[in-house]
Design a protein around this ligand. Structure first.
Ligand code: ADP
Length: 237
């Protein structure tokens, strides 16, 4: 029996796009608020530099504060861009190559007391993916772990085949973990507990993973935080 699935497929694509626009709308609404603080700070310090009788120490301090705020704005814009690009061009890529790229970006950021372990139980798994946006999504999870760490940190990236045959990328740490009271909220745009956070990281991760027809969740863990990304595999021809 043949079933015409064209229409239902189109409907799914349409619904996914609608959902994406909705999330974009929510993001945009909070964005103005997020921009305002670093922008006001940059303006304040830059205008102080123009006051008479500034010593060179004053100027340096104001300059550094201005640069700090502008960097915060720069990160915000970059995060928004990677959110918007979640669905761009795809290529066949192995999960081990993805994790290796993540590791290359992470290694320079590793300070003493941080141990990075990469395990690929199924190195041959291949995905059809936009590698840069998936790599940056995994990096977002890893960076969160680094930012949450208060003492020595073990960060582990694991690639394996899930029970349903898909690819699973697990990012786990032994940091302070996520209190039960906020577990439901961490993927919301602009939800953050960090003073210098913008709360966009995890909503970008979710958006990028969903653009790859996958899902991401916070797993139950006794200690630390464990995020699991599930993605469909595509066998290489
Ligand atoms: P941001 O990093 O800007 O706060 P995110 O969306 O990336 O935004 O994260 C939202 C919140 O989730 C963080 O503020 C933090 O409270 C929590 N979180 C995410 N990852 C971790 C982790 N690995 N360990 C502890 N808390 C985490």
């Amino acid at each position: 029996m043949l079933t015409d699935v064209t229409e239902s497929h189109l409907m799914q694509v349409f619904m996914a796009r609608q959902q994406r626009l909705l999330t974009m709308g929510e993001l945009a609404a909070g964005l103005a608020h997020q921009i305002r603080t670093p922008l006001a700070t940059a303006l304040l310090y830059a205008s102080q530099m123009t006051l008479p009788d500034r010593t060179s120490a004053d100027l340096r301090r104001c300059g550094e504060k201005t640069i700090d705020s502008l960097k915060q704005l720069d990160r915000l814009v970059n995060d928004m861009l990677s959110f918007a690009q979640g669905g761009a061009a795809r290529e066949l890529v192995s999960v081990s190559a993805l994790l290796e790229q993540v590791a290359q970006w992470l290694r320079p950021a590793l300070r003493g007391g941080i141990r990075l372990t990469i395990r690929t139980q199924a190195p041959d798994l291949t995905l059809r993916a936009n590698a840069p946006s998936l790599v940056s999504a995994i990096l977002n999870l890893a960076t969160n772990a680094l930012q949450a760490a208060t003492a020595d940190l073990n960060l582990e990236l694991l690639a394996r085949r899930s029970e349903s045959g898909g690819a699973q990328i697990v990012v786990s740490d032994n940091g302070p973990g996520i209190p039960a009271a906020i577990r439901e909220r961490i993927f919301e745009p602009f939800f953050t507990t960090r003073t210098r956070g913008n709360g966009i990281g995890l909503s970008i991760v979710r958006s990028v993973v969903e653009a790859h027809r996958g899902s991401v969740r916070l797993a139950e863990s006794i200690a630390g935080a464990t995020f699991i990304i599930d993605l469909p595999v595509e066998e290489a021809a």
